[in-house]
Design a binder for this molecule. Structure first.
Ligand code: SF4
Length: 232
């Protein structure tokens, strides 16, 4: 399994925001979102190859019961099928009584993962890359209603939407209307921001949307604390 980085920090997003966690960032993502803050994890051949025992040992070095498997896109391998070794990794972590969160864009349904929180961030049109060829591929891959529904029904989940402007809410409502019901306190709206300044500038409009819709404001604690510094 190719790993970009393993580090111990605080969960910055979602219902477990603020929880000390070990982050395992796997290599590769096919989406190329315009505002992606982990471009260094796009390449499936980036990072270092880990065997399962070495990977679990590297995670266990940190005195922490929460693990966040992230990316890139941790569910998907280079062939765009389910990532080899992911189910095995989650089983090893579950056997050690660790709480496992998987951060995914939700483009692929993968069954039988030992996952305590499936943290799904469906991508909307505001994530489209500027480059036309990439934009076409992104549009084709970014939303799979069957995969999203499968994940929502199979796992404890939260849905995190990146909001750039108040106009995004219509698209979010339309998507949610086509999915199995998710409680409003499990739907989070997060300001689109890679830096602290962007976060603070966009937050008030998102706060207002949360007040109007009943959805939850999505912290981006790591951006607030460390702006765009990597590995924190
Ligand atoms: S899905 Fe996530 S990792 Fe992949 S390009 Fe989009 S924001 Fe970046």
């Amino acid at each position: 399994m190719r790993v970009i980085e393993i580090f111990h920090s605080l969960q910055g997003e979602g219902i477990l925001s603020g929880t000390p966690s070990v982050f395992v960032r796997l290599a590769g993502c096919p989406l190329r979102c315009r505002w992606c803050d982990t471009r260094y994890a796009w390449d499936f051949s980036a990072g270092d190859e880990y065997g399962m025992d070495d990977l679990v040992e590297a995670i266990e070095k940190h005195p922490c019961g929460h693990v966040v498997i992230t990316g890139g896109e941790p569910m998907v391998g280079p062939d765009l099928a389910a990532r080899e070794g992911l189910a095995d990794l989650t089983s090893h972590l579950r056997a050690r009584r660790m709480h496992v969160t998987i951060e995914t864009a939700g483009g692929l349904f993968v069954p039988d993962l030992a996952c305590d929180l499936m943290s799904i961030s469906p991508k909307t049109t505001n994530s489209a890359p500027a480059e036309p060829t990439l934009a076409v591929a992104h549009e084709r891959r970014r939303t799979d209603l069957g995969a999203l529904a499968g994940l929502i029904e199979a796992y404890p989940c939260q849905l995190k939407f990146v909001v750039e402007t108040a106009d995004d809410i219509g698209e979010i409502h339309r998507l949610l209307d086509r999915l199995p019901p998710v409680p409003s306190d499990r739907v989070l709206l997060m300001p689109q921001a890679r830096t602290r300044d962007e976060l603070l500038a966009r937050a008030p409009a998102v706060v207002q949307l949360c007040r109007q819709t009943g959805y939850r404001f999505g912290h981006r604690l790591h951006v607030l604390l460390w702006s765009d510094r990597r590995g924190l």
